[in-house]
Design a protein around this ligand. Structure first.
Ligand SMILES: O=c1ccn([C@@H]2O[C@H](COP(=O)(O)O)[C@@H](O)[C@H]2O)c(=O)[nH]1
Length: 272
């Protein structure tokens, strides 16, 4: 099953547009995981098990693993996701971008080493830097377009031929790079007007939308701007707000994560 088909099935199966981000910051993990040799794996596994029924995708961010030389634990997490929850897309967030020969190695890393269904890539180096990913025709290529951070405006808002650069990226992906129907775009929930502009350019193409939760993006405005005619079209990511949810009453960290994931899924669904 290719990435887009799998995503469509996951949206329907879990009635969810919520992507659960796996950003395990060692300093914020519950104390029992911090010194354990496979503590990152164990923490993520508990989060995955607690939220799998509520998610349309999981998105590990590679930096949290690479910084601690914990790629082996990321491999185990990806293997666990593929085995236990094969119907939920696995998105590797690595935002790579390089010349074609090197990009091919990054594609192998994402798709072969980690077995990801999709990977985030930077468009900055142009077509030949993205083409190697397309060789894996059943996998997704998620291109940075209008990122959620304030500094994204430095370049993405530059006016080029009368429109902002991020709109050129959206147009290029829709018109050329998506020939095989395997592309998606990253657009931040912190910029709903730009989500709407991108949606108008790309039709039904899926959008990966980080920026709700810890970054404060408005869920209602995001969903209204980004939904497709079928009320889907989005993977709305939340990482820290779920991973480090404050337990209430007798809850443990995983129950708290599940509660916040469920609240977030419901808040999204209220506006589809
Ligand atoms: O524009 C972008 C692109 C990627 N991200 C990534 O998404 C998550 C957001 O985490 P939160 O804790 O929910 O803020 C993180 O992995 C980022 O690297 C993004 O935030 N914005």
């Amino acid at each position: 099953m290719n990435f887009i088909t799998k995503l469509n099935a996951a949206w329907a199966a879990n009635d969810s547009l919520l992507c659960v981000g796996l950003d395990p910051d060692i300093e914020r993990l519950p104390v029992q995981f911090r010194d354990a040799p496979d503590g990152i794996y164990q923490f993520c596994k508990e989060i995955i098990d607690a939220t799998a029924g509520l998610a349309c995708a999981f998105k590990p961010q590679i930096a949290y693993f690479a910084a601690l030389a914990a790629e082996g634990q990321l491999e185990r997490i990806c293997a666990y996701l593929r085995e236990a929850y094969p119907h939920i897309p696995l998105i590797l967030d690595s935002k790579r971008g390089d010349i074609g020969a090197t990009a091919k190695q990054y594609a192998r890393e994402a798709y072969d080493r980690y077995g990801a269904d999709a990977v985030t890539v930077s468009p900055y180096m142009g077509s030949d830097s993205v083409e190697p990913y397309m060789e894996w025709q059943d996998r997704g290529v998620i291109v940075l377009c209008r990122t959620s951070n304030p500094g994204g405006s430095d370049l993405q808002f530059l006016q080029v031929d009368g429109k902002p650069l991020y709109q050129h990226v959206a147009q290029l992906v829709a018109d050329k790079w998506n020939a095989n129907g395997q592309c998606a775009l990253v657009v931040g929930a912190t910029f709903p007007e730009e989500i709407r502009a991108v949606r108008d350019i790309v039709g039904e193409m899926p959008l990966l939308i980080p920026g709700i939760g810890a970054q404060g993006g408005d869920i209602e405005a995001t969903v209204r701007a980004g939904r497709t005619t079928s009320g889907t079209g989005m993977m709305i990511n939340s990482s820290r707000a779920i991973l480090y949810a404050k337990p209430q009453g007798g809850e443990d960290f995983a129950a708290a994560a599940r509660r916040v994931a469920e609240e977030t899924r419901q808040a999204i669904n209220a506006h589809r």
